[in-house]
Design a protein around this ligand. Structure first.
Ligand code: VGL
Ligand code: ZN
Length: 224
């Protein structure tokens, strides 16, 4: 069961968070393919464009660093159901580095669907972390690929900048945002999950509730 009570350490609303020059905002995978009309659309994902754009400006104004992640798969990526004969998107897969499920072809490198939506102020981002570019390994987290070993370099970058607090928003709540938040916590950052600035896929059903419960248990601040 997921508790709907506020966790004891909840640090309050979006605009009461301790943002300073040791803070970074990770805007996860706000790409056309994850928005309605895209290849792997997250319901209501487009409702995030305006509030995330506003939050990026607010955050940068407070002296925080802004980074984007970008799902960036080569054609024929092994996370795509289309490369597994007889398989469909949503089917389970348990090959190391992939799964738990297969996806439609999405965020293919240089395709329009892989573009980060230009309504976001990309110019305020100091870096774009690409992930999922190894043909046989998926990468939900912006820190570690799904083999749990291969680093993207994001942890080192944040440490070099003396970042202590990482704020996470974007798509999708129960995949790339979730795994990025868990890894950030593992790497020692104080993690603020901006729940109202995310939307989830919820595959398999119940996945969103489980992700939220796990984050609460790991000491990630969930901000509504
Ligand atoms: C994502 C599934 C596959 C995400 C990326 O950005 O959450 N989900 N690739
Ligand atoms: Zn992907």
């Amino acid at each position: 069961m997921v508790s709907h009570e506020k966790p004891a350490d909840d640090s309050g609303s979006l605009h009461a968070l301790p943002i300073d020059d040791h803070s970074a905002l990770l805007v996860v995978d706000m790409q056309y393919d994850f928005l309605p009309g895209g290849a792997l659309p997250v319901t209501d994902g487009d409702a995030l464009l305006e509030p995330i754009a506003a939050y990026i400006r607010y955050f940068a104004n407070k002296g925080g660093r802004v980074l984007f992640s970008q799902d960036w798969h080569p054609e024929g990526h092994h996370s795509f159901a289309s490369v597994h004969p007889g398989k469909n998107p949503g089917d389970p897969i348990d090959t190391p580095g992939l799964g738990p499920i297969l996806w439609p072809d999405h965020c293919v490198q240089k395709s329009p669907g892989a573009q980060i939506h230009p309504d976001l102020p990309l110019e305020l981002g100091m870096a774009i972390i690409r992930k999922g570019y190894h043909l046989t390994i998926d990468s939900y987290s912006a820190f570690l690929e799904n083999d749990h070993t291969t680093k993207t370099g994001l942890a080192g970058l944040l440490r070099d900048l003396k970042i202590e607090k990482l704020f996470v928003c974007g798509l999708a709540l129960d995949y790339c945002c979730y795994y990025s938040a868990l890894d950030a916590k593992e790497f020692g950052f104080d993690v603020y999950f901006l729940k109202s600035l995310t939307r989830g896929i919820d595959l398999p059903p119940g996945n969103i509730a489980q992700a939220i419960e796990t984050m609460q248990n790991r000491g990630i601040h969930l901000i509504d």
